[in-house]
Design a protein around this ligand. Structure first.
Ligand SMILES: C[S@@+](CC[C@H](N)C(=O)[O-])C[C@H]1O[C@@H](n2cnc3c(N)ncnc32)[C@H](O)[C@@H]1O
Length: 260
């Protein structure tokens, strides 16, 4: 590799189960398998190396990957916070980068709560919350492949009856659930505010919403969320924090919204 290529070579990567996922700059495309083989050599637990190809896209928030080295598969079993998750990266969304955030949310939940996870994916928030707090969780998911893995993960973590999976659009499936929730998780940062009225409808008179979204600063996200909640006729106090940078002017934030 040239000095220039070495400078651009990825210095970190995500590990999901036994799969390493790297972000490769375009100028290193010709060195892709070299980099993949190097990762396989240094990370003994890794069996597959994938390169990100494009952005997380569409309603299902799925990314395309290219195979760089190791076995040719995108399915794995990931362990996080004492839970296990069957994942298929080519068909569902999954990031290990929110593991600390999932633990934070689970630590806020008490055992007598009923929680709604509106955008459950394969279940990392729902399952971590149910397993660590003992609360009852209802989890909705629109992507059939993610829903299938959500059901499998509920069983694998022995949470049948404590996490109820709901297949379909959260705006519709929660209508058939005849209970109201103490807490609602909204992890759909690409368009969360369109779903806020559903969250307010399914929440008890007083309750908490954890609302994930992109903004430049925690203050911006806090103001945006507070204005939208008020425009929907509810009163609230909001506290936001930055979780991770996405680009120079955009970060992922979470707003903890207390409806009172
Ligand atoms: C950013 S991912 C988050 C998944 C999960 N919470 C996690 O942390 O891995 C958002 C998920 O919401 C699902 N989704 C999108 N629109 C939906 C809707 N209207 N109702 C239910 N699920 C939806 C997508 O398929 C995707 O799995």
């Amino acid at each position: 590799m040239t000095d220039e290529e070495l400078k651009d070579a990825p210095s970190s990567f995500d590990i999901i189960g036994d799969i390493a996922v790297v972000h490769l700059p375009e100028n290193l495309a010709s060195k892709a398998s070299l980099i993949g083989e190097a990762i396989l050599r240094v990370q003994r637990s890794v069996r597959v190396v994938l390169g990100e190809s494009g952005r997380v896209e569409g309603t299902y928030r799925v990314r395309r990957y290219i195979h760089l080295a190791g076995e040719e598969r995108t399915q794995t079993i990931h362990r996080e916070n004492g839970c296990l998750f069957f994942v298929d990266l080519s068909r569902v969304y999954y990031t290990p980068r929110l593991s600390g955030e999932r633990l934070r949310i689970a630590s806020l939940v008490s055992s007598d709560e009923v929680v709604a996870d509106m955008f459950a994916g394969v279940g990392p928030f729902a399952i971590t919350i149910a397993k660590r707090s003992g609360a009852l969780v209802y989890a909705s998911e629109l992507n059939p492949a993610a829903y299938e893995l959500l059901v499998k993960n509920i069983e694998a973590n022995r949470l049948s009856g404590r996490v109820t999976p709901l297949f379909g659009d959260c705006r519709e499936v929660f209508r058939d659930v005849k209970r109201r929730f103490d807490r609602v998780i909204m992890n759909f940062p690409s368009d969360p505010l369109s779903f806020l009225s559903t969250a307010l409808t399914i929440l008890k008179e007083k309750g908490t919403i954890h609302l994930y979204g992109f903004a430049e600063s925690p203050d911006d996200w806090e103001r945006l969320v507070e204005d939208r909640v008020k425009s929907l006729g509810a009163s609230c106090s909001v506290s936001a924090k930055r979780l991770r940078p996405i680009s120079p002017k955009k970060s992922l934030h979470v707003a903890d919204v207390e409806i009172n």
